[in-house]
Design a protein around this ligand. Structure first.
Ligand SMILES: [Fe+2]
Length: 208
C-alpha cells in the first residue's frame, strides 16, 4: 500500500487552530524535561489525549488508522529522510503498518516542506534510505532555481542526494493547510536557517 501526497487547502479554520494551539502550549508547559524527545534538527513534544481526540475527529482518516501526534520545534533544517525510523529499543513499531505523515502548521511561517517523487518499499526503515538513493540513477532533475531557493546546503552528501531525487511538491507552511504523504516517501524541510530558527508544527504519524 502506498498513500498519495495531498494538500488540504484552508482545511482548518483559524479559530480551531488557535484553540488547538492554546491546548498544545499548555501541554508543553506541563511537561517534565524528560518527556520531550530531542532529534538532530529539533525537539518533539508529546501532546495530550485531547489533541489526539480532536485531530481524530478533524482529519480525513482511513479505517483503523491510528495517530501519534507530537509538537515539533525545529532548530535545524532536516535534510532528506523518510518517517520510518524506529527508535532504538522500540519493539512495538512495525514498519509494515506505517501509513501517513500529516504536517499541520499552527501559524503561517516562511518555510516549506519538499516531498520527492522517490519513496521506499513497504516495510522499509529509515536507515535504508542512503542505500536506496545511492542505487538511483544520477538525473540532476532539480533545477538551479529550486536548489537555490529551498535546498542550498553545501554538503557533499546532500548534493549527492539531490543529484538523484526529483521534486514532487513544495508545501508552504500556511496556517489552515495540511500536508499528507506516505511515511515512506522521501522529504525534507527547506533551508530555513537564514529566515527562522523556531519552526513549529504539529506532526502526526499514522499506522494502519
Ligand atoms: Fe519527516
Amino acid at each position: 500500500m502506498f498513500y498519495k501526497t495531498e494538500i488540504l487547502k484552508d482545511f482548518i479554520p483559524q479559530v480551531v487552530l488557535d484553540s488547538i494551539r492554546e491546548t498544545v502550549e499548555k501541554d508543553v508547559a506541563n511537561l517534565i524535561n524528560n518527556d520531550s524527545v530531542g532529534a538532530v534538527h529539533g525537539t518533539y513534544y508529546p501532546v495530550s489525549n485531547e489533541i489526539h481526540d480532536r485531530l481524530r475527529k478533524l482529519l480525513p482518516l482511513l479505517d483503523e488508522e491510528k495517530l501519534y501526534v507530537s509538537y515539533l520545534k525545529h532548530s535545524q533544517p532536516t535534510g532528506p529522510h523518510t518517517d520510518t525510523n524506529i527508535s532504538p529499543g522500540d519493539t512495538s513499531s512495525d514498519p509494515n503498518k506505517f501509513a501517513r505523515t500529516f504536517i499541520i502548521p499552527l501559524e503561517t511561517q516562511d518555510t516549506n516542506t519538499i516531498t520527492f517523487n522517490e519513496y521506499m518499499e513497504h516495510g522499509s526503515v529509515g536507515e535504508q534510505m542512503h542505500e536506496f538513493i545511492a542505487a538511483l540513477p544520477e538525473t540532476n532533475s532539480i533545477t538551479e532555481e529550486i536548489y537555490k531557493q529551498y535546498l542550498n546546503w553545501e554538503t557533499e552528501k546532500l548534493k549527492f542526494y539531490y543529484s538523484r531525487l526529483s521534486v514532487e511538491i513544495i508545501f508552504p507552511w500556511i496556517a489552515g493547510d495540511v500536508l499528507i504523504f506516505d511515511r515512506k516517501r522521501i522529504h525534507t524541510g527547506d533551508n530555513h536557517l537564514n529566515k527562522m530558527t523556531n519552526k513549529q508544527a504539529l506532526i502526526v504519524w499514522s499506522q494502519v
